[in-house]
Each structure stands twice: as C-alpha cells, then as structure tokens.
Design a protein. Structure first.
Lengths: 110, 116
C-alpha cells in the first residue's frame, strides 16, 4: 500500500487558521471514516489529535478539527499558536485490514 | 493514566531477529488492543501490526512474513519479533494502544539500528 500524500510544509502567523490535506484512495481515506491525525514534537512520540475523521480525544483543544471529502482528509488548526509548531501526520485504516500513514507535514508558526 | 514503555536492544545485526517488549501500566493488557508502529530516519511512519483482545493479530502485508506480535498477560506486556532484519528496518519502534480506532497512548520509542 502507498503512503498517504501530505504537503511537506505549511506555515501561518499566530491567530491565523491553516489546513493540512491528506490524500488517499478509495481503499483507505475514501473508503472508511477511520482517519486519524497526530502531532509530533522532535524526539517525542506522536500524539493523537483527531480520530474517526473529526472526533477529538479528551484534552485536545477545540482549535483542532478534522474533515473529509472523498479521498482527501483535512486537519484545520484555528487561532494558530506558537506551541502548534510541530510535525503532523495523518493515518487511515485500509481495505487490507491495516493502517497507512502520510509522510508528515512540518507546520511553522511565523 | 495509561503508560507504555518499550524495552529491547538498540543494535541488531543483519539477518538476525529484532525483539522488543512493551510494558503497560494503568490498563489491563487483556482488555484492549495493542499495536507496534515504527518511524524511519526519514520520519515516515509505518504500521507494523496489532494484537486484538479477541486473540486475533493483524499485520502489515509488507511485513507479514517476518513479524510476530504476542501478548503476555502475566506480565501485562506485549512483544514484537521481526525476523531477518536489514538496514531498512532501522527505525524508532513505538508501541501504542489501539482504542476506538485511534492510537491513543504511545510509548516513548526505542531506536533500533541494524548494523554489523
């Protein structure tokens, strides 16, 4: 299975909103509402931010939201803060009874 | 609070078997699903496989022939065995809980380098 496609980098100024896309196929993103998003700081483990396309785990800020259209999922961060600067990865369940991830997007807060 | 801790060697020789354990605290290992995920030096994440609480295991098709994930309820641990390793298996290996279709708790990661 091929990795999901994410932009290598995105940037935004404090207070702005940014959106990170995650493109897949009908065999993964397009076929299931099992898309997750993770935040990762350097040297740390990924942290679950969104699951099931648009659900937030307890404790995750409501500035983070997820959506999906066809085979493309998106993560939107509103009211950008300096602490949001990190790598973001998407992941999706697949028709092979497995999970596949995106290559990651580096978010820079200007 | 659920906590996971990987343990195992940081260096494995080519063609040998990579073995890692993950000790779980704050949750019963027999009541949840558990997974291994690795991250390559290029930061790419790769799902390795999952052990479900019903005894079923599922593996990444690209690794299936070399992987075994097992659960030890007496130690509240689960383990990863990856056979016939090559340099391409060099990565940080994470254990995580798979809960309601999300990987919600992670270990801190164990860097494994494959080299002679």
């Amino acid at each position: 299975q091929s990795a999901l496609t994410q932009p290598a980098s995105v940037s935004g100024s404090p207070g702005q909103s940014i959106t990170i896309s995650c493109s897949g196929t009908r065999s993964d993103v397009g076929g299931y509402n099992f898309v997750s998003w993770f935040q990762q700081y350097p040297g740390k483990a990924p942290k679950l931010m969104i699951f099931d396309v648009n659900k937030r785990p307890s404790g995750v800020s409501d500035r983070f939201s997820g959506s999906k259209s066809g085979s493309t999922a998106s993560l939107t961060i509103s009211g950008l803060q300096a602490e949001d600067e990190a790598d973001y990865f998407c992941g999706s369940y697949t028709s092979s009874y497995s999970w596949v991830f995106g290559g990651g997007t580096k978010l820079t807060v200007l | 609070q659920v906590q996971l801790q990987e343990s195992g060697p940081g260096l494995v020789k080519p063609s040998e078997t990579l073995s890692l354990s993950c000790t779980v605290s704050g949750d019963s290992i027999s009541g949840s699903d558990w997974t291994w995920i690795r991250q390559t030096p290029g930061k790419r994440l790769e799902w390795i496989g999952c052990a479900f609480d019903n005894g079923v295991t599922e593996y990444n098709p690209s690794l299936k022939s070399r992987v075994t994930i097992s659960v030890d309820t007496s130690k509240n641990q689960f383990s990863l065995n990856l056979r016939s390793v090559t340099a391409a298996d060099t990565a940080v290996y994470f254990c995580a809980r798979y809960h309601q279709r999300g990987f919600d708790y992670w270990g801190q990661g164990n860097l494994v380098t494959v080299s002679s």
